[in-house]
Write a protein that binds this ligand. Structure first.
Ligand SMILES: Cc1cc2nc3c(=O)[nH]c(=O)nc-3n(C[C@H](O)[C@H](O)[C@H](O)COP(=O)(O)OP(=O)(O)OC[C@H]3O[C@@H](n4cnc5c(N)ncnc54)[C@H](O)[C@@H]3O)c2cc1C
Length: 256
C-alpha cells in the first residue's frame, strides 16, 4: 500500500557546495526503506507534482535521509525549508536494488553526481564488502565522500576536470577494478550516458548489473505515463514505468 505521509523535518543543512541533506521523521514507513527506493516529496502548494528523491539512509527510529541538489523551482523551495516544518511525502516507492543478487561476493558500486545517495545506502548494507567509484563534475560537486569512506571497503572519487581525486570517467577506474577483483554484482546510479557505459562494462566482464534510472516523473505511482522507459521484452521492445516497475532495472534489459 502506498503511504501518504506528513513528514516532519528534523534537520536540514547544506552538504558540500551544491546539495542539501534532509532528515525526515516518517515513523514506521522508515522500515520499508531500502537502497534504490525513493520518496515523492510535495514541494509547496504552487507545484502540483511531487519531486522524486532517493532514500539515502533510514534508521530504526523512524528517520529517513534525503540528499538533493537544487535543480529547479521544486528543489529550491525544498532547500528553503526549516526544521519543524512538515512535508507531504509519498512512499517509500519503487523496487530498490536486489541486495541478494551478489551471492555473497563483493559489490562494485558506481555513482555519478547526485546518484551518490542511493549508492551510499547500498554500501551500508554490504558492511565494508563493497568498492565505490563515484564521479563528479569538479571538486565543488563532490558530496558524501566521508560517509562513503565509512561504509565501503575502498572509495575512488573521480572528477571530470581532475580538480579532485582521479581525473576522468568512473568507468575507467571501474574497469580496472573489474580486472583486479571478482565482484558478484554492479549497482549503478547516475546520468544515462554513464549507466549505458556501465551496462557495457558489465556485459564485457560478465558481472550482473542493476541500474537505477532517473526519469522525469508525474504521479510517481504508475498512473500516468510520464516516466515510461524502453526495455527489451520477449516480443521486442516494451515500455515500463520507472516509478512502479523501477527505478532499478537489470542493465541488460534497458534500451539506452
Ligand atoms: C527515482 C528518482 C530518484 C531521484 N533521486 C534524487 C536524489 O536523491 N537527489 C536529487 O537531487 N535528485 C534526485 N532525483 C532527481 C530529482 O527528482 C529532480 O532533480 C527534481 O525532481 C527536480 O525538480 P525541480 O522542481 O527542482 O526542477 P524542475 O526542472 O523545475 O522540475 C520540473 C518538473 O520536472 C520533474 N523533474 C525534473 N527533473 C527531473 C529528474 N531529473 N528526474 C525526475 N523528475 C524530474 C519534476 O518532478 C517536476 O515535475 C531523482 C529522480 C528520480 C526519478
Amino acid at each position: 500500500m502506498i503511504k501518504d505521509l506528513k513528514a516532519e523535518i528534523r534537520k536540514i543543512s547544506a552538504v558540500g557546495k551544491t546539495a542539501f541533506d534532509l532528515s525526515l521523521f516518517v515513523g514506521d514507513a522508515a522500515r520499508e526503506a531500502s537502497p534504490g527506493r525513493f520518496v515523492s516529496v510535495g514541494c509547496g502548494q504552487a507545484r502540483l507534482l511531487r519531486r522524486p528523491l532517493s532514500i539515502c539512509d533510514a534508521s530504526s527510529d523512524g528517520l529517513i535521509r534525503l540528499v538533493f541538489e537544487v535543480r529547479g523551482e521544486g528543489t529550491r523551495w525544498l532547500s528553503e525549508r526549516r526544521a519543524g516544518e512538515t512535508l507531504d511525502v509519498l512512499g517509500p516507492l519503487g523496487n530498490g536494488f536486489d541486495l541478494k543478487a551478489s551471492y555473497g561476493l563483493p559489490a562494485l558500486l558506481i555513482a555519478g553526481g547526485i546518484g551518490a545517495p542511493p549508492i551510499l545506502f547500498a554500501a551500508k548494507r554490504f558492511d565494508g564488502e563493497s568498492d565505490i567509484v563515484a564521479g563528479f563534475r569538479d571538486r565543488d560537486a563532490v558530496i558524501l565522500e566521508e560517509d562513503m569512506r565509512k561504509a565501503a571497503g575502498t572509495v575512488t572519487i573521480c572528477t571530470d576536470d581532475g580538480s579532485y581525486g582521479e581525473c576522468g570517467l568512473v568507468t575507467v577506474r571501474a574497469e580496472r577494478l573489474l580486472k583486479e577483483k571478482k565482484y558478484g554484482i554492479i549497482y549503478a546510479c547516475g546520468p544515462a550516458p554513464m549507466l549505458k557505459a556501465v551496462a557495457k562494462l558489465s556485459e564485457s566482464h560478465r558481472v550482473p548489473c542493476q541500474v537505477s534510472l532517473e526519469e522525469r516523473m508525474g504521479c510517481a505511482v504508475g498512473a500516468c505515463l510520464v516516466c515510461a522507459c524502453a526495455v527489451r521484452g520477449e516480443d521486442g521492445i516494451e515500455y515500463k514505468h520507472v516509478c512502479k516497475d523501477g527505478p532499478v532495472f537489470n542493465a541488460g534489459e534497458v534500451v539506452f
